[in-house]
Design a protein around this ligand. Structure first.
Ligand code: NAP
Length: 413
Protein backbone atom coordinates (compact mmCIF):
# COMPACT_ATOMS: atom_id res chain seq x y z
CA UNK A 1 0.00 0.00 0.00
CA UNK A 2 1.53 3.29 -1.07
CA UNK A 3 -0.12 6.52 -0.04
CA UNK A 4 1.05 9.45 -2.16
CA UNK A 5 -0.35 12.57 -3.78
CA UNK A 6 -1.78 12.27 -7.29
CA UNK A 7 0.87 14.71 -8.45
CA UNK A 8 3.69 12.54 -7.09
CA UNK A 9 2.09 9.48 -8.61
CA UNK A 10 2.01 11.04 -12.06
CA UNK A 11 5.60 12.21 -11.79
CA UNK A 12 6.87 8.75 -10.88
CA UNK A 13 4.53 6.96 -13.23
CA UNK A 14 5.67 9.01 -16.21
CA UNK A 15 8.94 7.13 -16.08
CA UNK A 16 8.01 3.85 -14.51
CA UNK A 17 4.87 3.31 -16.57
CA UNK A 18 5.04 5.45 -19.65
CA UNK A 19 8.66 4.62 -20.49
CA UNK A 20 8.07 0.93 -19.91
CA UNK A 21 5.07 0.90 -22.24
CA UNK A 22 6.88 2.98 -24.84
CA UNK A 23 9.89 0.66 -24.91
CA UNK A 24 7.63 -2.40 -24.98
CA UNK A 25 5.77 -0.97 -27.97
CA UNK A 26 8.93 -0.01 -29.85
CA UNK A 27 10.30 -3.52 -29.36
CA UNK A 28 7.03 -5.07 -30.46
CA UNK A 29 7.15 -3.12 -33.70
CA UNK A 30 10.78 -4.22 -34.12
CA UNK A 31 9.43 -7.78 -34.31
CA UNK A 32 11.77 -9.54 -31.90
CA UNK A 33 11.86 -13.31 -32.09
CA UNK A 34 12.85 -15.92 -29.55
CA UNK A 35 16.10 -17.83 -30.30
CA UNK A 36 17.51 -21.13 -28.95
CA UNK A 37 20.16 -19.15 -27.07
CA UNK A 38 18.32 -16.21 -25.51
CA UNK A 39 20.27 -14.30 -22.88
CA UNK A 40 18.58 -13.29 -19.63
CA UNK A 41 18.43 -9.69 -20.87
CA UNK A 42 16.80 -10.67 -24.16
CA UNK A 43 14.28 -12.88 -22.39
CA UNK A 44 13.31 -9.98 -20.20
CA UNK A 45 12.72 -7.85 -23.30
CA UNK A 46 10.58 -10.56 -24.87
CA UNK A 47 8.58 -10.68 -21.64
CA UNK A 48 8.18 -6.93 -21.68
CA UNK A 49 6.84 -7.01 -25.23
CA UNK A 50 4.35 -9.70 -24.29
CA UNK A 51 3.16 -7.80 -21.22
CA UNK A 52 2.77 -4.38 -22.79
CA UNK A 53 1.45 -5.52 -26.15
CA UNK A 54 -1.59 -7.05 -24.49
CA UNK A 55 -2.76 -3.62 -23.34
CA UNK A 56 -4.86 -1.60 -25.74
CA UNK A 57 -3.45 1.39 -27.60
CA UNK A 58 -6.15 3.43 -25.81
CA UNK A 59 -4.49 2.62 -22.51
CA UNK A 60 -1.09 3.67 -23.80
CA UNK A 61 -2.54 6.81 -25.31
CA UNK A 62 -4.21 7.58 -21.98
CA UNK A 63 -0.84 7.34 -20.20
CA UNK A 64 0.54 9.80 -22.71
CA UNK A 65 -2.38 12.22 -22.86
CA UNK A 66 -3.47 12.45 -19.26
CA UNK A 67 -0.08 12.68 -17.62
CA UNK A 68 1.48 16.09 -18.10
CA UNK A 69 5.00 14.62 -17.65
CA UNK A 70 4.77 12.10 -20.47
CA UNK A 71 5.59 14.40 -23.37
CA UNK A 72 8.84 15.41 -21.70
CA UNK A 73 9.66 11.72 -21.20
CA UNK A 74 8.97 10.98 -24.85
CA UNK A 75 11.28 13.80 -25.88
CA UNK A 76 13.99 12.51 -23.56
CA UNK A 77 13.67 9.03 -25.05
CA UNK A 78 13.92 10.50 -28.51
CA UNK A 79 17.05 12.49 -27.67
CA UNK A 80 18.67 9.52 -25.92
CA UNK A 81 18.18 7.27 -28.94
CA UNK A 82 19.45 9.96 -31.28
CA UNK A 83 22.48 10.45 -29.07
CA UNK A 84 23.30 6.74 -29.09
CA UNK A 85 22.97 6.58 -32.84
CA UNK A 86 25.28 9.58 -33.21
CA UNK A 87 27.79 7.92 -30.90
CA UNK A 88 27.83 4.77 -33.04
CA UNK A 89 28.16 6.68 -36.28
CA UNK A 90 30.96 8.85 -34.83
CA UNK A 91 32.93 5.72 -33.88
CA UNK A 92 32.37 4.22 -37.27
CA UNK A 93 33.47 7.42 -38.90
CA UNK A 94 36.65 7.54 -36.85
CA UNK A 95 37.56 3.92 -37.57
CA UNK A 96 36.96 4.24 -41.30
CA UNK A 97 38.83 7.56 -41.43
CA UNK A 98 41.81 6.06 -39.58
CA UNK A 99 41.84 3.14 -41.98
CA UNK A 100 41.68 5.39 -44.98
CA UNK A 101 44.47 7.55 -43.64
CA UNK A 102 46.59 4.50 -42.74
CA UNK A 103 46.02 3.01 -46.18
CA UNK A 104 46.90 6.32 -47.74
CA UNK A 105 50.14 6.50 -45.79
CA UNK A 106 51.00 2.92 -46.65
CA UNK A 107 50.42 3.57 -50.33
CA UNK A 108 52.52 6.68 -50.07
CA UNK A 109 55.37 4.68 -48.55
CA UNK A 110 55.11 2.01 -51.20
CA UNK A 111 55.12 4.59 -53.94
CA UNK A 112 58.35 5.99 -52.51
CA UNK A 113 61.83 4.69 -52.91
CA UNK A 114 61.45 2.07 -50.19
CA UNK A 115 60.40 -0.71 -52.55
CA UNK A 116 61.96 -3.52 -50.51
CA UNK A 117 59.40 -2.69 -47.83
CA UNK A 118 57.20 -4.98 -49.88
CA UNK A 119 59.28 -7.94 -48.82
CA UNK A 120 59.85 -6.93 -45.26
CA UNK A 121 57.72 -8.57 -42.64
CA UNK A 122 56.73 -7.26 -39.27
CA UNK A 123 58.57 -9.26 -36.60
CA UNK A 124 55.40 -10.86 -35.36
CA UNK A 125 54.27 -11.75 -38.82
CA UNK A 126 57.47 -13.65 -39.47
CA UNK A 127 57.00 -15.40 -36.15
CA UNK A 128 53.60 -16.44 -37.42
CA UNK A 129 54.95 -17.86 -40.64
CA UNK A 130 58.15 -19.48 -39.43
CA UNK A 131 57.09 -20.74 -36.05
CA UNK A 132 59.65 -23.13 -34.66
CA UNK A 133 57.58 -24.66 -31.96
CA UNK A 134 58.70 -25.18 -28.45
CA UNK A 135 59.30 -28.85 -27.77
CA UNK A 136 56.26 -30.69 -26.59
CA UNK A 137 57.89 -32.28 -23.61
CA UNK A 138 55.65 -31.34 -20.71
CA UNK A 139 52.52 -33.36 -21.09
CA UNK A 140 51.79 -33.53 -17.39
CA UNK A 141 48.98 -30.95 -17.45
CA UNK A 142 47.27 -32.81 -20.32
CA UNK A 143 47.24 -36.00 -18.32
CA UNK A 144 46.07 -34.27 -15.22
CA UNK A 145 42.44 -33.45 -14.71
CA UNK A 146 43.47 -29.87 -14.04
CA UNK A 147 44.30 -27.55 -16.87
CA UNK A 148 46.91 -24.83 -17.16
CA UNK A 149 44.99 -21.94 -18.69
CA UNK A 150 46.51 -18.64 -19.82
CA UNK A 151 44.00 -15.81 -20.05
CA UNK A 152 44.99 -13.19 -22.58
CA UNK A 153 43.04 -9.98 -21.91
CA UNK A 154 42.47 -9.68 -18.19
CA UNK A 155 39.76 -6.98 -18.20
CA UNK A 156 36.24 -7.17 -16.88
CA UNK A 157 35.28 -10.51 -18.42
CA UNK A 158 38.67 -12.20 -18.16
CA UNK A 159 38.73 -11.58 -14.41
CA UNK A 160 35.13 -12.72 -14.05
CA UNK A 161 35.93 -16.07 -15.68
CA UNK A 162 39.21 -16.45 -13.79
CA UNK A 163 37.42 -16.43 -10.42
CA UNK A 164 35.43 -19.58 -11.22
CA UNK A 165 38.24 -21.31 -13.10
CA UNK A 166 40.59 -20.83 -10.14
CA UNK A 167 37.89 -22.00 -7.71
CA UNK A 168 37.74 -25.28 -9.64
CA UNK A 169 41.43 -25.85 -8.98
CA UNK A 170 42.83 -25.14 -12.45
CA UNK A 171 46.09 -23.25 -12.77
CA UNK A 172 45.41 -19.81 -14.21
CA UNK A 173 47.98 -17.44 -15.72
CA UNK A 174 47.13 -14.08 -17.23
CA UNK A 175 48.49 -11.37 -19.45
CA UNK A 176 46.94 -8.06 -20.50
CA UNK A 177 47.83 -4.71 -21.98
CA UNK A 178 47.31 -3.00 -18.61
CA UNK A 179 48.94 -4.04 -15.37
CA UNK A 180 46.55 -6.21 -13.38
CA UNK A 181 49.13 -7.83 -11.13
CA UNK A 182 47.38 -6.76 -7.91
CA UNK A 183 43.95 -7.98 -9.01
CA UNK A 184 45.51 -11.20 -10.25
CA UNK A 185 47.28 -11.87 -6.95
CA UNK A 186 44.00 -11.47 -5.08
CA UNK A 187 42.31 -13.92 -7.44
CA UNK A 188 45.06 -16.50 -7.19
CA UNK A 189 46.20 -15.93 -10.77
CA UNK A 190 49.84 -15.74 -11.85
CA UNK A 191 50.21 -12.48 -13.76
CA UNK A 192 52.73 -11.81 -16.55
CA UNK A 193 53.46 -8.38 -17.92
CA UNK A 194 55.40 -9.93 -20.78
CA UNK A 195 53.53 -12.17 -23.20
CA UNK A 196 56.71 -14.09 -24.11
CA UNK A 197 57.16 -15.06 -20.48
CA UNK A 198 53.54 -16.18 -20.31
CA UNK A 199 53.91 -18.40 -23.38
CA UNK A 200 57.18 -19.85 -22.04
CA UNK A 201 55.05 -21.38 -19.27
CA UNK A 202 53.56 -23.65 -21.97
CA UNK A 203 49.91 -23.39 -20.95
CA UNK A 204 47.72 -26.11 -22.42
CA UNK A 205 44.96 -23.60 -23.13
CA UNK A 206 45.11 -19.99 -24.28
CA UNK A 207 41.84 -18.27 -23.44
CA UNK A 208 41.42 -15.11 -25.45
CA UNK A 209 39.30 -12.55 -23.55
CA UNK A 210 40.24 -9.34 -25.31
CA UNK A 211 37.83 -6.89 -26.88
CA UNK A 212 36.50 -7.89 -30.28
CA UNK A 213 38.02 -4.84 -31.89
CA UNK A 214 41.54 -5.59 -30.66
CA UNK A 215 41.49 -9.31 -31.51
CA UNK A 216 43.50 -9.10 -34.74
CA UNK A 217 46.16 -6.95 -33.13
CA UNK A 218 46.44 -9.14 -30.04
CA UNK A 219 46.48 -12.38 -32.01
CA UNK A 220 49.23 -11.16 -34.29
CA UNK A 221 51.32 -10.09 -31.33
CA UNK A 222 51.35 -13.54 -29.68
CA UNK A 223 54.65 -15.45 -29.97
CA UNK A 224 53.17 -18.77 -31.13
CA UNK A 225 56.65 -20.26 -31.48
CA UNK A 226 57.00 -20.22 -27.71
CA UNK A 227 53.89 -22.32 -27.17
CA UNK A 228 53.51 -26.07 -27.24
CA UNK A 229 52.66 -27.52 -30.62
CA UNK A 230 49.27 -28.77 -29.51
CA UNK A 231 48.04 -25.69 -27.65
CA UNK A 232 44.26 -25.29 -27.46
CA UNK A 233 43.07 -21.83 -28.44
CA UNK A 234 39.73 -20.75 -27.03
CA UNK A 235 37.95 -17.43 -27.40
CA UNK A 236 34.91 -15.97 -25.66
CA UNK A 237 34.08 -13.20 -28.10
CA UNK A 238 30.43 -12.19 -28.31
CA UNK A 239 30.52 -12.71 -32.08
CA UNK A 240 31.72 -16.03 -33.44
CA UNK A 241 32.40 -16.23 -37.16
CA UNK A 242 34.90 -13.43 -36.96
CA UNK A 243 37.28 -15.09 -34.43
CA UNK A 244 36.75 -18.51 -36.04
CA UNK A 245 37.95 -17.27 -39.42
CA UNK A 246 40.74 -15.32 -37.80
CA UNK A 247 42.00 -18.36 -35.87
CA UNK A 248 41.88 -20.60 -38.92
CA UNK A 249 43.75 -17.99 -40.89
CA UNK A 250 46.43 -17.06 -38.37
CA UNK A 251 46.98 -19.93 -35.95
CA UNK A 252 49.49 -22.64 -36.77
CA UNK A 253 47.76 -25.75 -38.12
CA UNK A 254 48.73 -27.88 -35.13
CA UNK A 255 46.81 -25.76 -32.68
CA UNK A 256 43.37 -26.84 -31.56
CA UNK A 257 40.56 -24.30 -31.87
CA UNK A 258 37.45 -24.02 -29.73
CA UNK A 259 35.16 -21.04 -30.24
CA UNK A 260 32.84 -20.28 -27.34
CA UNK A 261 30.41 -17.70 -26.12
CA UNK A 262 29.39 -17.71 -22.48
CA UNK A 263 26.12 -15.83 -22.89
CA UNK A 264 26.25 -14.08 -19.56
CA UNK A 265 28.44 -11.57 -17.82
CA UNK A 266 29.60 -10.35 -14.41
CA UNK A 267 26.13 -8.96 -13.69
CA UNK A 268 23.83 -11.69 -15.01
CA UNK A 269 26.18 -14.42 -13.76
CA UNK A 270 26.98 -12.96 -10.38
CA UNK A 271 24.80 -15.48 -8.51
CA UNK A 272 26.13 -18.52 -10.32
CA UNK A 273 25.96 -19.83 -13.88
CA UNK A 274 23.16 -22.33 -13.49
CA UNK A 275 21.01 -22.61 -16.64
CA UNK A 276 22.84 -19.77 -18.35
CA UNK A 277 23.58 -20.59 -22.01
CA UNK A 278 27.12 -21.47 -23.04
CA UNK A 279 27.55 -21.81 -26.81
CA UNK A 280 30.53 -23.63 -28.29
CA UNK A 281 31.84 -24.84 -31.61
CA UNK A 282 34.69 -27.41 -31.68
CA UNK A 283 36.20 -25.85 -34.77
CA UNK A 284 39.39 -27.95 -34.90
CA UNK A 285 40.34 -30.52 -32.28
CA UNK A 286 43.05 -33.10 -33.03
CA UNK A 287 42.17 -36.82 -32.86
CA UNK A 288 44.57 -37.66 -30.06
CA UNK A 289 42.82 -38.69 -26.92
CA UNK A 290 44.69 -36.13 -24.82
CA UNK A 291 43.47 -33.30 -27.04
CA UNK A 292 39.89 -34.48 -27.03
CA UNK A 293 40.02 -34.84 -23.26
CA UNK A 294 41.53 -31.40 -22.80
CA UNK A 295 38.73 -29.86 -24.82
CA UNK A 296 36.13 -31.69 -22.74
CA UNK A 297 37.85 -30.66 -19.53
CA UNK A 298 37.70 -27.08 -20.61
CA UNK A 299 34.02 -27.33 -21.51
CA UNK A 300 33.42 -29.06 -18.20
CA UNK A 301 34.41 -25.86 -16.38
CA UNK A 302 31.10 -24.44 -17.58
CA UNK A 303 29.06 -27.64 -17.62
CA UNK A 304 29.94 -28.38 -14.00
CA UNK A 305 28.71 -24.92 -12.98
CA UNK A 306 25.33 -25.83 -14.44
CA UNK A 307 25.49 -23.85 -17.70
CA UNK A 308 23.10 -24.87 -20.46
CA UNK A 309 25.66 -26.21 -22.94
CA UNK A 310 24.66 -25.50 -26.54
CA UNK A 311 26.84 -26.84 -29.35
CA UNK A 312 26.24 -24.92 -32.55
CA UNK A 313 28.26 -23.62 -35.46
CA UNK A 314 29.70 -20.13 -35.27
CA UNK A 315 27.56 -19.09 -38.22
CA UNK A 316 24.39 -20.30 -36.55
CA UNK A 317 25.36 -18.56 -33.33
CA UNK A 318 25.77 -15.27 -35.15
CA UNK A 319 22.44 -15.65 -36.86
CA UNK A 320 20.66 -16.17 -33.54
CA UNK A 321 22.68 -14.12 -31.11
CA UNK A 322 24.10 -11.14 -32.86
CA UNK A 323 20.65 -9.73 -33.52
CA UNK A 324 19.15 -10.36 -30.11
CA UNK A 325 22.29 -9.13 -28.34
CA UNK A 326 22.47 -5.95 -30.33
CA UNK A 327 18.82 -5.12 -29.64
CA UNK A 328 19.24 -5.87 -25.93
CA UNK A 329 22.36 -3.72 -25.62
CA UNK A 330 20.85 -0.91 -27.70
CA UNK A 331 17.79 -0.79 -25.46
CA UNK A 332 19.92 -0.84 -22.32
CA UNK A 333 22.29 1.81 -23.61
CA UNK A 334 19.76 4.31 -24.76
CA UNK A 335 17.77 3.96 -21.55
CA UNK A 336 20.99 4.45 -19.61
CA UNK A 337 21.17 7.94 -21.05
CA UNK A 338 17.89 8.79 -19.31
CA UNK A 339 19.44 8.07 -15.92
CA UNK A 340 16.31 6.22 -14.86
CA UNK A 341 15.82 6.03 -11.13
CA UNK A 342 13.96 3.57 -9.03
CA UNK A 343 10.61 4.97 -7.81
CA UNK A 344 8.40 4.00 -4.86
CA UNK A 345 5.93 2.59 -7.39
CA UNK A 346 8.07 0.55 -9.81
CA UNK A 347 6.07 -1.79 -11.99
CA UNK A 348 7.53 -5.22 -12.83
CA UNK A 349 8.18 -4.04 -16.37
CA UNK A 350 10.02 -0.97 -15.15
CA UNK A 351 12.18 -3.13 -12.87
CA UNK A 352 13.06 -5.18 -15.95
CA UNK A 353 14.27 -2.04 -17.65
CA UNK A 354 16.25 -0.92 -14.61
CA UNK A 355 18.09 -4.22 -14.39
CA UNK A 356 18.69 -4.23 -18.14
CA UNK A 357 20.35 -0.82 -17.84
CA UNK A 358 22.46 -2.10 -14.95
CA UNK A 359 23.50 -5.21 -16.89
CA UNK A 360 24.41 -3.58 -20.15
CA UNK A 361 25.78 -0.33 -18.73
CA UNK A 362 28.66 -2.12 -17.04
CA UNK A 363 29.96 -3.46 -20.35
CA UNK A 364 32.45 -1.34 -22.24
CA UNK A 365 31.37 0.78 -25.18
CA UNK A 366 33.94 -1.25 -27.18
CA UNK A 367 31.83 -4.33 -26.61
CA UNK A 368 28.63 -2.63 -27.70
CA UNK A 369 30.32 -1.05 -30.67
CA UNK A 370 31.65 -4.45 -31.76
CA UNK A 371 28.18 -5.93 -31.67
CA UNK A 372 27.26 -3.15 -34.06
CA UNK A 373 30.33 -3.45 -36.26
CA UNK A 374 30.66 -7.23 -36.49
CA UNK A 375 26.98 -7.95 -36.97
CA UNK A 376 25.91 -7.83 -40.58
CA UNK A 377 22.35 -6.95 -39.61
CA UNK A 378 23.06 -4.34 -36.96
CA UNK A 379 22.54 -1.30 -39.17
CA UNK A 380 19.23 -2.70 -40.38
CA UNK A 381 18.21 -3.42 -36.80
CA UNK A 382 19.11 0.05 -35.69
CA UNK A 383 16.96 1.42 -38.48
CA UNK A 384 14.13 -0.93 -37.58
CA UNK A 385 14.30 0.31 -34.00
CA UNK A 386 14.30 3.89 -35.23
CA UNK A 387 11.36 3.28 -37.57
CA UNK A 388 9.44 1.54 -34.80
CA UNK A 389 9.95 4.52 -32.52
CA UNK A 390 8.99 6.96 -35.28
CA UNK A 391 5.88 4.98 -36.07
CA UNK A 392 4.84 4.94 -32.41
CA UNK A 393 5.29 8.71 -32.14
CA UNK A 394 3.31 9.14 -35.33
CA UNK A 395 0.46 7.11 -33.91
CA UNK A 396 0.42 9.25 -30.77
CA UNK A 397 0.65 12.57 -32.59
CA UNK A 398 -1.89 11.62 -35.26
CA UNK A 399 -4.37 10.82 -32.56
CA UNK A 400 -3.59 14.10 -30.83
CA UNK A 401 -4.02 15.94 -34.09
CA UNK A 402 -7.31 14.33 -34.99
CA UNK A 403 -8.78 15.04 -31.55
CA UNK A 404 -7.77 18.68 -31.70
CA UNK A 405 -9.10 19.03 -35.23
CA UNK A 406 -12.37 17.44 -34.22
CA UNK A 407 -12.67 19.86 -31.30
CA UNK A 408 -11.96 22.84 -33.53
CA UNK A 409 -14.65 21.86 -36.04
CA UNK A 410 -17.17 21.06 -33.34
CA UNK A 411 -16.58 24.47 -31.75
CA UNK A 412 -17.01 26.20 -35.10
CA UNK A 413 -20.28 24.41 -35.73
P1 NAP B 1 35.91 -5.44 -23.68
O1 NAP B 1 35.99 -3.98 -23.63
O2 NAP B 1 35.19 -6.05 -24.81
O3 NAP B 1 37.40 -6.03 -23.61
C1 NAP B 1 38.32 -5.61 -22.65
C2 NAP B 1 39.59 -6.41 -22.80
O4 NAP B 1 40.20 -6.16 -24.08
C3 NAP B 1 40.61 -6.04 -21.76
O5 NAP B 1 41.30 -7.20 -21.37
C4 NAP B 1 41.53 -5.09 -22.51
O6 NAP B 1 42.85 -5.11 -22.01
C5 NAP B 1 41.54 -5.69 -23.88
N1 NAP B 1 41.86 -4.70 -24.91
C6 NAP B 1 41.07 -3.71 -25.36
N2 NAP B 1 41.69 -2.99 -26.33
C7 NAP B 1 42.92 -3.55 -26.47
C8 NAP B 1 44.04 -3.27 -27.32
N3 NAP B 1 44.01 -2.28 -28.21
N4 NAP B 1 45.14 -4.06 -27.20
C9 NAP B 1 45.18 -5.07 -26.30
N5 NAP B 1 44.16 -5.40 -25.48
C10 NAP B 1 43.03 -4.65 -25.58
O7 NAP B 1 35.23 -5.89 -22.30
P2 NAP B 1 35.03 -7.29 -21.59
O8 NAP B 1 33.70 -7.21 -20.98
O9 NAP B 1 36.19 -7.57 -20.70
O10 NAP B 1 34.95 -8.39 -22.76
C11 NAP B 1 36.06 -9.18 -23.14
C12 NAP B 1 35.61 -10.18 -24.20
O11 NAP B 1 34.62 -11.04 -23.65
C13 NAP B 1 34.98 -9.52 -25.42
O12 NAP B 1 35.44 -10.15 -26.57
C14 NAP B 1 33.48 -9.77 -25.23
O13 NAP B 1 32.82 -9.86 -26.47
C15 NAP B 1 33.48 -11.10 -24.49
N6 NAP B 1 32.30 -11.31 -23.64
C16 NAP B 1 31.97 -10.39 -22.72
C17 NAP B 1 30.84 -10.58 -21.91
C18 NAP B 1 30.43 -9.57 -20.87
O14 NAP B 1 29.37 -9.72 -20.29
N7 NAP B 1 31.22 -8.56 -20.57
C19 NAP B 1 30.07 -11.74 -22.08
C20 NAP B 1 30.47 -12.69 -23.01
C21 NAP B 1 31.58 -12.46 -23.79
P3 NAP B 1 43.28 -4.10 -20.85
O15 NAP B 1 42.18 -4.14 -19.83
O16 NAP B 1 44.55 -4.67 -20.38
O17 NAP B 1 43.39 -2.75 -21.47
Amino acid sequence: MVEMSCEDHDRYAASSQFITHTVGRILKESMLESTPINTKGYESLLGLVENTAMDSFDLYYGLFMFNKNSLEMLEKLDLAFEDLRKQLIAWLHRVVRNQLIENGERLHQLDGSNSHALHRRAPNESALLHSSFASNNSSQSDENTKLKIAIVGFGNFGQFLAKTIVSQGHEVLAYSRSDYSDVARKLGVLYFSDVDDLCEQHPGVILLCTSIISTVKVLKSLPFQRLKRSTLFVDVLSVKEFPRNLFLQHLPHDFDVLCTHPMFGPESGKNGWKNLPFVYDKVRIGNEESRILRCYRFLDIFASEGCRMVEMSCAEHDRHAAGSQFVTHTTGRFLEKLRLKTTPINTKGYETLLSLVKNTGRDSFDLYYSLFLYNLNAMEQLERFDLAFESLKKQLFNRLHSIYRKQLFENEQ
